[in-house]
Design a protein around this ligand. Sequence first.
Ligand code: NAD
Ligand code: AKB
Length: 328
Amino acid sequence: MRILVTGANGQIGSELVEALRQRHGPEQVVGLDLNPPPTANGPSAAAPFEVMDVRDREALAGVLDRHEIGTIYHLASLLSATGEQHPDRAWDVNMSGLKNVLDLARRRPVDTVFWPSSIAVFGPTTPRDDTPQNTVLDPTTMYGVTKRSGELLCRYYHRRYDLDVRSLRYPGLLSYKTAPGGGTTDYAIDMLTQAAAGEDYTCFLEPDTRLPMMYMPDAIQGTLALMDADADALSVRDSYNAGALSFAPAELAAAIRARVPTFDCHYEPDERQRIAENWPSSVDDTAARTDWDWAPEYDLDALTEDMLHHLRENVRAPGNVGEKKRGR
Ligand code: NAD
Ligand code: AKB
């Protein structure tokens, strides 16, 4: 049975597909996205890929049958900032896509589904520091509404149909291979990218807005660890909190300045500030650490060092940088 990754061209999908192809072989992992993948070299060049919309249930059913899919990583989604610009589309893509995946998975020989949630499920009345696993969930964005609704749907399908759906509430993810897709936490990648190019940066959040963040290698490792875990060990079936590090724009700017002394950051908050200030500053991820040994490796210094190193390589070889695909 093969593995399907929807949203395969995205910030996470592009790296998850690569990790899964290294583990299982390129022909075992089918990518799916609205657009063809960027030209691949090496073994992935001939790997299977489907260009389609996850809202098309019939076409999706055909993909599951044709490729004999046994595991689905369903990543296709609109993110928070883009979702606030297009709330109807965010609801449609995020909810119809997930409902299609869950309905088809329970009727076909699919054994496991991974679907990512987000810290966007939390809101202004949620405890902001060390946010508990089970707490007030009052999202303020359409993106957050779809994520909380999706969490409940996943838990319902697990309880009602015994479908093995697993989920993580990712924080803001930082990576250098593929550009981020229209989120509120994208500022951190933008700041590092500008610094690596020798430029100053104007940040769209206030300097002291602390948010939970994670480096992509930890996110990929955590996703695979959750999917490898024994089903009986998983006590959370809506979505696991997963913390790694937390920082505010001013703290990231200071970490950059320690390595690029000429770097300067200015602040011009926009509407994304309202989104960010309703999210936690850190999360309690005891359940993930206990149930499936979640153990992220990167702190702010290690992340800043590694990101700057790779982004500078990208500046020297611009062809390596993923296509900009922001919804803004
Ligand atoms: P992204 O925007 O970089 O990629 C999403 C991909 O989905 C894109 O390649 C896009 O073309 C594709 N897509 C969108 N609509 C589609 C449709 N109708 N049919 C098929 N493909 C479609 O997003 P990402 O950052 O890789 O996020 C992946 C998942 O992880 C999403 O569910 C997102 O909510 C979640 N997540 C991401 C972060 C983060 O910081 N990146 C944090 C929390 C949760
Ligand atoms: C976003 O900012 O929308 C994402 C997320 C935290 O879900 N990075």
